[in-house]
Design a protein around this ligand. Structure first.
Ligand code: SF4
Length: 213
């Protein structure tokens, strides 16, 4: 919960509410449908999914990160003039995202979510990317919201997980298999799999190929 969870939230102006933030930065979206487009990232701190191959392990604890107000975050996002604001983590759904997303949308910004879905859905989004993890399975509330399913593949077993998750998202959701960066052999596994299962697409993390955030 955010730092103000223990006090009377109704007494606090939404703009002054805060979230623990690992970093905010302006880059290009590196994964999925919106790859290559200007994106302002808000990375919330805190995640208890604990994927063994996580590339954001520094985001797992929220205690070491400063709280930033919705006002500060929204103004920084607006100033960047991106094509979209991406709320990511950590696991952003550990927090109530309604106040933050409402403030961003009030400024006319397009707002995307990247989540493992491990906590109940909250917020107002233009696009929801679900990257489900077997280490802490998604809360059922996420599935009807999904525009894009993105399953990370490290080995052959992960395709079973992808197939289970595929059945739970809306039929129109786009479906991506993404090689885990530290398991390069997963690229050829996905290449072979998609030739037999054409409803899937491959997502590559272009920011890692470019050496940027
Ligand atoms: S859900 Fe995301 S942030 Fe959390 S451990 Fe897994 S990869 Fe890392």
């Amino acid at each position: 919960m955010n730092s103000l969870a223990s006090v009377d939230m109704k007494a606090i102006a939404p703009q002054l509410m805060t979230y623990p933030i690992v970093e905010i930065f302006h880059s290009l979206q590196g994964e999925g449908t919106w790859t290559g487009m200007s994106a302002f990232f808000i990375r919330l701190a805190g995640c208890d999914v604990h994927c063994p191959w996580c590339d954001q392990k520094e985001s797992w604890t929220s205690k070491i990160y400063p709280q930033q107000s919705i006002k500060t975050l929204a103004e920084a996002a607006k100033a960047a003039n991106p094509a979209m604001v991406v709320i990511t983590g950590g696991e952003p759904l550990m927090y109530d995202l309604f106040p933050l997303t409402k403030a961003l949308k009030k400024l006319g910004l397009r707002v995307h979510l990247e989540t493992s879905g491990a906590y109940p859905f909250s917020g107002q989004f233009d696009w929801v990317t679900l990257s489900p993890k077997p280490f802490k399975v998604p809360h059922e509330s996420i599935y009807p919201q999904v525009n894009e399913l993105k399953v990370v593949i490290t080995n052959q077993e992960d395709f079973h997980w992808a197939e289970e998750q595929e059945k739970k998202v809306p039929p129109q959701a786009l479906k991506y298999l993404q090689p885990e960066w530290n398991y390069p052999e997963s690229q050829s596994l996905i290449f072979d799999y998609i030739r037999k299962a054409p409803q899937w697409r491959m997502s590559l993390q272009i920011h890692k190929f470019l050496g940027v955030r």
